[in-house]
Design a protein around this ligand. Structure first.
Ligand code: NAD
Ligand code: ZN
Length: 364
């Protein structure tokens, strides 16, 4: 088992990564839960598609002396709503969850954001234990202590910072993930390679077939490496004031592509993949990166089964979305651009004509 620690302020978040970890959770939990947490009601929030896990998880929690109160939420983005958070808080209040009662979140980024948000506001904050079940949540969303809910006015407009007490990552859970969701999560994995870790990039290149077959050892390796990179970045910038920006590689254009497709056409990772392609092209046009960097990234994204081109109709909508984001950011749409594999620079302003040309390059 790999254990990675994220120390921030006075607290420590322990992150465990092991294929099969879920089967051993009853052994690991007693050492992780503080003694005062034992024999208390505990919250358990589960994604609707994973409801078959409710009973086994409740059994594990009972075995370690907790009294679980389970809430199953409909799968999908609409569950990240304030009304849903309030309903869960009220369920927990009726079940007499108290200060210090742990809350577990079993699901992808949606459940992680929702249950993490609830844990950060219920009784002014109780310990949160995510058990992420998607690749995106294992390598990204469950690490770093950001939570967010959507408003009708926009995505992720409400949120909190609260580090989880511990994160339990079992790559075997990824077996049941729909292929498209799994591949979409790989975009973030490739991103970590490009922004920070040439060896990770080479490792995925070399093992791409095993990765796509979801070989447990290969998954453990890449998930643990991505977690380490994110931990390292978050440790230096918990409140997202600057350094975390490098995690946004591919996302300036990626978010615009998601928005232009009304969040229906592309999954997050698919949009980020096209965004990374476009931003690498920008880096090349601005003479920050060589053609080889663009080519190597393109090869790997495609080998993973990720898109690097978008529909013709999208370009103008993407441009509009970027200029909208620009307004929100005080007129500063700053880019994170690669210099080589494993290294990026941040805060780059990109001339309009360069952006246009890059968007044309990634348009079918
Ligand atoms: N807080 C953060 O730092 C952070 C970072 C990145 C993304 N996010 C958020 O994460 C969300 C996206 O997360 P996601 O991509 O995990 O989506 P998701 O949680 O919606 O899960 C994707 C789909 O997979 C299903 N699923 C989950 N695990 C499964 C499994 N093991 N087997 C079968 N099906 C499974 C879910 O029911 C859902 O239909 C977005 O709301 C985004 O804003 C948050
Ligand atoms: Zn992302």
């Amino acid at each position: 088992m790999r254990e990675i620690e994220l120390k921030v302020g006075r607290g420590v978040c322990r992150i465990f990564v092991e294929p099969g970890l879920l089967q051993r959770l009853h052994e690991i939990l007693p050492a992780v839960l503080r003694v005062s947490d034992i024999r208390r009601p505990a919250g358990l929030v589960i994604d609707g598609n994973l409801r078959k896990w409710a009973r086994p998880l409740e059994k594990v929690l009972r075995r370690v002396g907790l009294d679980p109160v389970t809430v199953i939420v409909p799968s999908g983005e609409p569950s990240k709503a304030m009304t849903r958070a309030e309903t869960i808080c009220r369920t927990f209040a009726r079940a007499r969850l108290e200060r210090g009662s742990p809350i577990f979140g079993f699901g992808g980024g949606v459940v992680g954001d929702l249950a993490g948000f609830v844990a950060s506001i219920y009784m002014r904050g109780v310990p949160f234990y995510p058990i992420p079940t998607t690749l995106l949540a294992q390598v990204d969303a469950s690490i770093g202590g950001k939570t967010a809910l959507n408003l009708p006015e926009g995505k992720n407009l409400v949120g909190t910072f609260q580090q989880p007490a511990a994160v339990f990552i079992d790559p075997l859970l990824l077996f049941s993930l729909p292929k498209r969701e799994f591949v979409s999560g790989l975009a973030e994995v490739v991103k970590y390679g490009v922004i920070r870790d040439e060896d990770l990039f080479a490792f995925i290149e070399k093992n791409v077939q095993d990765v796509l077959k979801r070989g447990p050892r290969v998954l453990e390796e890449i998930v643990a490496r991505c977690v380490r990179i994110k931990v390292d970045i978050v440790r230096r910038d918990e409140r997202d004031r600057g350094r975390r920006a490098i995690l946004n590689y591919g996302h300036t254009i990626g978010h615009a592509i998601e928005r232009a497709g009304q969040y229906r056409r592309y999954l997050h990772g698919e949009a980020v993949s096209i965004g990374m392609e476009a931003e690498a092209v920008i880096a090349m046009q601005m003479r920050l990166a060589s053609l080889e960097v663009v080519a190597a990234q393109n090869r790997l994204l495609r080998a993973c089964g990720l898109p690097t081109r978008m529909e013709r109709a999208s370009r103008d909508a993407v441009l509009r979305a970027i200029s909208h984001d620009k307004k929100v950011l005080d007129g500063r749409a700053r880019f994170v651009l690669p210099e080589r594999i494993g290294r990026v620079c941040t805060g780059v302003e990109v001339p309009e004509e360069v952006l246009l040309e890059a968007l044309d390059t990634v348009t079918r």
